[in-house]
Design a protein around this ligand. Structure first.
Ligand SMILES: [Zn+2]
Length: 100
């Protein structure tokens, strides 16, 4: 009826920023990210791939969702690490006085 209704096909493509001519389509790819020292791989992750130049972009929404899942502290204030308050005794540099 209305031409303004987006087709599903249009929803799942977007112009490529890289080559300007290609169309990026949603694929399920493997997402790689580092979590601390661990390499995390997420299969079947939504990502955009240009059908012309092959540029890959991970789906931003999914990335932020995943980041929240991976980071339990997301959105929370980072708890302060307990700092061991070691009082360094001030060296009393008292020069021997020749009083007595
Ligand atoms: Zn491209």
């Amino acid at each position: 009826m209305s031409e303004n209704l987006p087709l599903k096909d249009q929803l799942e493509t977007k112009p490529c920023n890289e080559c300007q001519a290609g169309v990026m389509r949603l694929h399920l790819i493997t997402y790689f990210t580092w979590l601390g020292d661990d390499l995390i791989t997420v299969p079947n992750f939504p990502g955009w791939i240009c059908d012309l130049c092959g540029r890959r972009e991970y789906d931003e929404k999914s990335v932020s969702q995943l980041t929240m899942l991976l980071d339990p502290n997301a959105g929370k204030p980072t708890p302060l690490k307990p700092v061991s308050k070691r009082r360094s005794p001030k060296p009393i540099a008292r020069r021997p006085t020749a009083e007595s």
